[in-house]
Design a protein around this ligand. Sequence first.
Ligand SMILES: NC(=O)c1ccc[n+]([C@@H]2O[C@H](COP(=O)([O-])OP(=O)(O)OC[C@H]3O[C@@H](n4cnc5c(N)ncnc54)[C@H](O)[C@@H]3O)[C@@H](O)[C@H]2O)c1
Ligand SMILES: *[C@@H]1O[C@H](CO)[C@@H](O)[C@H](O)[C@H]1NC(C)=O
Length: 450
Amino acid sequence: MPAGVVDAAAKGVRPERRAAGAKKQLVSASSHLLFRATVLATIALVVLFAAHYPSLLSRSYILSAAAYGRGAASWEREVRRSAAPRRDGALSVLVTGAAGFVGLHCSLALSARGDGVVGLDNFNAYYDPSLKRARQRLLASRGVLVLDGDVNDAALLERLLAAARITHVLHLAAQAGVRHALRAPQAYVAANVAGLVALLEAAARHADPQPALVWASSSSVYGLNDDAPFSEDHRTDRPASLYAATKKAGEAIAHAYNHIYGLSITGLRFFTVYGPWGRPDMAYFSFARSIVAGEPVTLFRAADGAVARRDFTYVDDVVRGCLGALDTAGKSTGSRSGKKRGPAPLRVYNLGNTSPVPVTHMLAILEKLLGRKARKRVVTMPSNGDVPFTHANVSHAARDLGYRPATSLEAGLRHFVDWFVRYYKVDVGGGSADAGKTAKRKSMPTSAAS
Ligand SMILES: NC(=O)c1ccc[n+]([C@@H]2O[C@H](COP(=O)([O-])OP(=O)(O)OC[C@H]3O[C@@H](n4cnc5c(N)ncnc54)[C@H](O)[C@@H]3O)[C@@H](O)[C@H]2O)c1
Ligand SMILES: *[C@@H]1O[C@H](CO)[C@@H](O)[C@H](O)[C@H]1NC(C)=O
């Protein structure tokens, strides 16, 4: 006889009733166990899910945080306001890399003619981010919003394309620079290959209707081509740098997205763009800095003794080419469902100046404008990606985009130097950039703004 029953009998309780009570306890205990097991199983499932789909979870978290959290509605309102065209027939353009050099100038020009512009930039530290912030502030003063974000952030792109009715994308975000690829190869793959794919995915599959896309390729795709001037139908299968290879890959990727999804895509091969608000990593900019600081300037000579020549192109000319490409871009023919109505335009154009100039001549112009001689250090060009010369044939851009480069290197560098001395508060004695021999550095803060 079980102990409980003896006990119950001693207390004068009928054994049957006691047995029923024990059974009840047993049932409730087992349901507790079941409850605990269910909770544990649920937790295990969530953990498993999180481990397998981290992007999905974080994405939905970000989306819901954005939708219900602080400022979601005002974020959307700001994006819509910035992207809204301000005249009939105007465009609504998403400019990636808008806090960059060319991105700034294109955004200013679009906004000035009444197009809506919303920018996106990740403000990376490849060169002084305070210069990018200053460009962002300049754009903000013209009513152009530049969002802080990465083109690889698919959820952000989707949200952006849902918030505003973007008609055109001007994709300028990239890891630029030829020599830096030796130190940071993955940065080129992330920005120029993965970033381009993320953007094309968003444009092809998450925008309704699909926008037309214009993006920056590069003259560097001509690589070791020595047939000059460079024409769009010349070979581009011999890149001399990883940078060039990622731009060439971009052109192939553009072909695939145009073919599959009916995206209208125009690639623009820029040739050494320079001007105010330029890129500190480029030769003309670093030469100016070195001249002012009294530091030596390094000049590269090819192995055969020839000095490097570049088809320097003034930024305003390039901007006109970009706007021409946006204005003439035909419509995309695909839709979110993946059906395309027919072939969409796929174009590629050189945007150069058509007159290569020896880098030594560019330096001489800077010396004159800054009123100071450079200390020169001539070294043989290492085979690290730079090509000996570039020279654009722009007849296709002239025909289709109305592109006519109109700025001489002297005139363009004068605009650059005017900006440079103002931005960095360089004293050139007398206020004008070519005021003679008195140029000296007053201060060159890396965070100066104007
Ligand atoms: N300036 C030239 O001479 C030249 C020549 C050929 C091609 N290009 C191409 O033109 C475009 C613009 O060049 P630029 O001279 O204005 O360079 P830039 O570096 O000043 O501008 C690029 C901008 O993109 C941003 N960016 C980089 N990766 C990003 C990412 N993953 N997500 C969001 N933003 C990102 C950077 O912060 C930067 O502000 C680039 O695609 C470049 O490769 C420029
Ligand atoms: C430039 O390209 C056009 C079109 O391909 C061609 O007809 C012309 O001859 C080229 N110009 C030069 C100088 O090579």
